[in-house]
Write a protein that binds this ligand. Structure first.
Ligand code: AMP
Length: 116
């Protein structure tokens, strides 16, 4: 049986059970550095509400999703990035490994396109 979403590693970070390198927090979300950075700057922005992924998001999550993207841009600015990439992997086939919605903010080096 799939584990409840609040039992993901990000749920544990949100509950303060395991540490993170926090760069931003507010009432709706938390942003922290990825433990396996794929670029000089690699930050994850996660909602406090345990939404599984974008595919599971509902109409009522619209304002929250907008907020996560605005925070992604804010942390990119905070990190001094001129250009950056935001990635939301949704589903195992797309590379999602933690089933608590998160926005990757990646930058600090030239980024190739298309992604792998
Ligand atoms: P995804 O593959 O899109 O689900 O992304 C999950 C990301 O979470 C990966 O880039 C991992 O390196 C990152 N990650 C996993 N555990 C932690 C952790 N404890 N602290 C920070 N980042 C983590």
């Amino acid at each position: 049986m799939a584990e409840p979403v609040n039992e993901t590693i990000f749920g544990r970070i949100l509950r303060g059970e395991i540490p993170c390198d926090q760069v931003y927090a507010d009432a709706q979300c938390l942003a922290f550095r990825d433990v396996q950075p794929q670029a000089p700057v690699h930050i994850l922005v996660i909602p406090r509400e345990p939404v599984v992924n974008l595919a599971e998001a509902r109409q009522e999550h619209g304002p929250l999703l907008g907020h996560l993207l605005l925070v992604a841009a804010q942390v990119a600015r905070q990190e001094g990035l001129e250009g950056f990439r935001t990635v939301i992997n949704s589903g195992a086939e797309a590379g999602q490994t933690v089933f608590h919605l998160h926005v990757h903010v990646i930058g600090g080096r030239p980024l190739a396109w298309p992604p792998g």
